[in-house]
Design a protein around this ligand. Structure first.
Ligand code: EIS
Length: 210
């Protein structure tokens, strides 16, 4: 298999209850990719992404039975008025969902022909995170995007089993990769639709820039 990560374990059959742990595990599975990119340009991105995961995990641990689902954590904060705090689980999930939207669009770009990773990332960025970034953070993105490796290097980082010798240039690997990306994007999209619908329903999204 070519992709290490999957949101296939995140059940959305009940739209009001996405379990916290499988969701955070799926997010955590993405982190080794940042490590393999092995560049200081990605460390602010990784810190932010991991910070969101950590905040949500802490909220869950504060009462694991009460906070079994993402929605229960957010609704608890909506009820006590804490959802606008920048330290809230509501804010952490808002930013996590935006990062995941970026990843979804990035993978769509990668599988739709373009082999230039910077172009893929810039197109994905314009459709997602850029709308919430002021010029300073847009500059951070511009630096990170220049540090992206060539496609062959990048896709070899997506290979699950490092012990198997993968030749990222082989047609077999390319085929497996595209299939796995498609499945990954389908599951991620399904989860994002539910979270987005929930955020819209409770007016929790915001157009404010950082
Ligand atoms: C939020 O950050 C916090 O997340 C949130 C709370 O503190 C809130 C308060 O306003 O701020 O300022 C951050 C924002 N986070 C807002 C920016 C950080 C640096 C972002 C740099 C630009 C993005 C570059 C994208 C990277 C391109 C290359 C990637 C190629 C693959 C497998 C790789 C996946 C990459 C995923 C990209 C994730 C981007 C994450 C940026 C999120 C962001 O914009 S709270 O914290 O509520 O938990 O307290």
């Amino acid at each position: 298999s070519a992709m290490p990560v999957s949101f296939s374990n995140v059940d959305t059959s009940d739209e009001e209850s996405i379990l916290v742990i499988p969701f955070l595990e799926a997010c955590n599975n993405l982190v080794p990719i940042f490590d393999k990119l092995n560049s200081t340009a990605f460390s602010p991105v990784k810190m932010d992404f991991c910070g969101n995961i950590k905040k949500m995990h802490q909220k869950h641990l504060s009462d694991p039975e009460k906070f079994l689902t993402l929605q229960s954590m957010v609704l608890d904060e909506v009820q006590n008025g804490h959802y606008t705090h920048s330290n809230s689980a509501t804010s952490a999930l808002l930013w996590l969902k935006r990062s995941l939207e970026f990843i979804r669009e990035f993978l769509r770009e990668c599988s739709s022909g373009s082999t230039d990773m910077s172009i893929c990332a810039s197109n994905a960025y314009s459709r997602t995170l850029k709308n919430y970034h002021g010029w300073v953070v847009r500059g951070v993105f511009a630096v990170a995007v220049k540090a992206l490796p060539y496609r062959e290097t990048f896709v070899s980082h997506l290979a699950v089993d490092e012990k198997t010798t993968v030749d990222p240039m082989s047609p077999q690997f390319e085929h497996a990769l595209l299939t796995d990306i498609e499945v990954f994007v389908q599951h991620l999209d399904r989860v994002l639709v539910v979270i987005n619908t929930f955020y819209i329903k409770h007016s929790l999204d915001s157009a404010e820039k950082v």
